[in-house]
Design a protein around this ligand. Sequence first.
Ligand code: MTE
Ligand code: MOS
Length: 752
Amino acid sequence: MKNIDSYTHVRGESVYLDDIPVVNGTLYAAVFDSPVAHGKIISLDINEAAGMPGVVRIFTASDIPGENQIGGIVPDEELLADSHVHFCGMPIALVIAESEEVARAAVKKIKAVIEPLPVITDPREAKEKGELIIPPRTFQIGNTTAAWKDCDHIFEGRTETNGQEHLYIETQGAYAVPQEHGAIRIYSSTQGPTAVQRTAARVLGVAMNQIEVDTTRLGGGFGGKEDQATTWGVLCALATFHLKKPVKYSLHRMEDMRMTGKRHPYSSDFKIGLNKGLKIIAYEATFYQNAGAAADLSPAVMERTLFHCTNSYFVPHVKATAYSCRTHLPPNTAFRGFGGPQGMFVIEAAIAKAAEQLHVPASVIQQKNLLTTGDEFPYGQKADSEATECWNRTDELFDIQQLQQEVASFNASNKLYKKGIALMPICFGISFTKTLMNQARSLVHVYTDGSVGISTGAVEMGQGVNTKMLQVAAKIFSVDPARIKVNTTNTYRITNTSPTAASAAADLNGKATEIACATILQRLKQVAADELKTSADVIEIKNETVYANGKKTAWDWNKLVMSTYVKRINLSELAHYTPPGIHYDATKEKGHPFSYHVYGTAITTVTVDCLRGIYEVDSVKAVHDFGSSMNTMIDMGQCEGGIVQGIGWMTMEELVYDKEGKLRSNALSTYKVPDIYSVPKEIIVHPLATEKDNLAIFRSKAVGEPPLMYGIGAYFALRNAVKAFNPAADIPYDAPMTPEKVLMSLYQTPVL
Ligand code: MTE
Ligand code: MOS
């Protein structure tokens, strides 16, 4: 089935925040944000700005009626800076004006005197100075200290992965509209409507039931609107609270890039030990996460780095420690993969280093160490592994050795162009690692005309979750999908929602929808049974027709629905779902945090132009574990998008903050994301279709984040291509591998 939004998307009719018709009298907001990364506010002069025609009010921290606090996990982040600023882009004052233009013009007239304080941008320096967001955490299995003596080869190294701008097409924004009795409705481009609601209530000092958050869809979130949409929703609500007027703020691209956090950069150390047979015996890693100025989601992101530090390999002795380091960058946040990709990069670098030193292809080491069912992850869960199945199927379909030989023979016969190839197996755990967040609700109504309305906590952001919800209802009721409508995500209809994140939205909300529909269906069947003088267990509804004992009856969906209503039986259901069997004990760092894992293997081939350092990704060929996909078109789209986004992170997207903590890559002219010319010339994704029982909705495994990690293969393929040209190059494990870095590595030490 097609994505239900495809028709309105291509016609430009889909409604995003900026398309909501504004109410008469709507005012516009703009933020005055800190020009320095760390300092003490000595004075703030808003007089000239406040006197401009069209300016209605300027709010500062002192106008906050409740708590000036938006921190979700750790209460360490002010909505508006009070006495100190902690990052360039930190909101200090909120201008409200009659138009967007006036609001932004007034921002330019605000003058702040800020006494500069020392700025830290490097996570290792932050750690040295004791600037940690939370205490460090260590995951351990076996005993690495004792295991080194059993290793024939030991390699150590250091890696860097840079951050990544989310670049959702729709920028952050919100629109707050006053309601009666002091309530406020906030239209918010957020992945977490409840986070906006809870935080608005806290900041305004009102009860959560006074705040209604409504989200139709996002023009992309990618994690960037899990927590960081809250600021804008709450700022608009603050102005609405005081002025009793509708207030809208839709950020300009450069405001968004400057003021919001991104994927966490990491600096890491590794030590890997292998035996003669190339089995990995021991692995140690230390992760320094650049959290930025406040916790935001950093502790949870750091945790997932640890969960995925061994990627899809079994290692009997592991010790991994992570530090969440407070720097003066905007608070970094969720980004597709949520710290997992950063953890995986490090073990892939360790394997690549071992392979280079031992003169074997990395794929040999990778393959020998893949997880098999029953293997234990460092956090105690046992794998139900598809890792070898994915790898073997990749080999069957694409012939790894032959592809490697093709690359080698190309390189033997070409001087100025070199190809590189790399394999990237992945393993990604599905569930929120914070166990309590794994819950969802769905409200299903059947109307008397037989049409169906669904509301869930899931937010549509292009990933097709609404289509999947619709499919669930259509399948359980066995009715025409055209009868079903998926409604906006609204905190008055569905409460206490977990954000749409962790790739778990379709599973959690889909299962809740399945339960709600099944409950209503059971009532319908009972009515049919009573009418047909039989029992409910022999009743079936197939394609809108009622069957009894496998035989067609004269009853259809419409008649059955109407009779159920006439009998005064409930045609609505609010269902709750929480996955069974997951638990985690953070005091021991052991448990069973994930409902299941998603596996896959990708082969990436690149060609480097060794005169200019530019490159192309020739192909990404993958076998991906979809379980049994409930929507192949959507799931393939998620794979293609994820792969390209991952390649962007690993190759061309270069985030640059200067020593003063100012973002230099602050526009699309200085920050390059993949365009149609830089996507791989060929992307082939084969499903590893399994009918295995798992906790996914209709056994269709979560697909949102895992494919991004195939992109890591592009980094190692480029590295291999450079090595083919300049075998002596000592290339740091430093991503992204931009054309500049490629060029410098190609000519790093004099070659002929
Ligand atoms: N796909 C699109 N088109 N747009 C997005 O913003 N976000 C990704 C992924 N795929 C995203 C996307 C992220 S970060 C997550 S966690 C999942 O979708 C969330 O949706 P799901 O739980 O329904 O997979
Ligand atoms: Mo996705 S990073 O979990 O929003």
